[in-house]
Ligand binder design. Sequence first.
Ligand code: NOJ
Length: 478
Amino acid sequence: MVVYQVYPRSFADSGGDGLGDLAGITARLDHLAWLGVDALWLSPINPSPMADGGYDVADYRGVDPSFGTVEDVERLACEATDRGIDLLLDIVPCHTSIEHPWFRERPELYVWSPVDGPPNNWRANFGGPAWTEDRHGRGWYLHSFYPEQPDLDWRNPEVARELAAVLSFWRGKGVAGFRLDALQQLLKDPELRDDPPATRPRLLAGETDYETLEHVHSSDQPGVEEPLRALRRGAGADAFLVGEIGLPCDRHGPYLGPLDASFCFELFFSAWEAEALAAGIRAGLATGKPAWVLSNHDFPRLADRIGRENVAAAALLLLALPGPVFLFQGDELALGNGPGRPAGAAEAPPYDRAGRDPFRHPMPWTEKPPHHGFTTGAPWLDVVVPPSGSAERQREDPGSPAAHTRELIALRRGLVGPVEELSARDGVLSFRRGAVGVAVNTAERPREQPWTGSVLHRTSSRSDDLLNPGSGTFVQVV
Ligand code: NOJ
């Protein structure tokens, strides 16, 4: 299964307001069908004050007017299904927006301090204290992320009932599954004990005071299977559920029963180096339910993280792995980071306070400046065109990153069986899937191709048995 992640604000604008929308996505479905993906995941589309790019939801059953309406979701689901593409939505179960009516009307659904002030030393994921004083004088509430995102209390069974009903509501609108946000934050220590100082190296070391603590009490608590079972019941047995669990893979076990897959962040954050990539793959395989991903809306774009020269080989590696694979919009174009500000707005404050605007620039659909088919208005962030050109140009060019991605997605259907003979030697990562040998050269010099047989795909144009640096190959092994 190949899932294409759409960041709706940046995919395609049908209305001319400079913001992507659902009708825009529907109008561009042919690109996804051309690539050959199986599903499309939308980052949140619910009404939101956008303090966290939509991950601050003010109504789980609605659609933000900037994106369209519930009917637009139904239309998108229907048109996608007609092309053999399932629609997946992003559900944010850990917290709501501070503007959600529940926060005003049903405070018992949230986590409150039992004292007049922060009851412990917990820090928020984006830095700063995890407790903020309510502006209506009701005490101090917990927020694992921004203060605009109060945490729901999953120890209150009403929360599970409400969220499960939300999933079944969207199933009724033609949605086939869900990506579940930040599951490590669902349950917290009921005694609200202090987190001890950090000792273990973290998967991804950020630069905030969040990193100074070991989050043994503020996240990842026993009993998480119960809430997840409730979400599974709401979604139905046949829904696809992938969890974002911000923990190393060896701690995903308690979450996995009700889920189909969880993202393997070890591979995501791995250096572009054969040994490290192999370790990332092993970590994911060990869960038994890995979802593979190398890029999303939260981190610098792949081309900037691992180097543009390695992007094609990274796509080959990702698309060779068994289980669900997630591609972030623009990865197929080898799109890089943008400046993070709209044109002429050098002084404008960032939209995202955690600095993620540069990873969220709109899609370049055509060669036509100034906005490359994204909008007829003024885009919320500039449209960045990668060196290999817009989607339109890449689709015409058989050597482009988009054409490679398309061919790899097609070849992937012929890869069967588990990962075997995984090895990292001399900078070359290799493994076998059935009769197909996969190899990627992460070294700085050409390396011997480890597989003998006929080449099904190679990302560089060499015709001998050597693999160029930053290239990869699929070989029909004899
Ligand atoms: C993970 C999402 O991917 C990210 O964008 C968001 O800020 C946090 N969860 C909080 O919802």
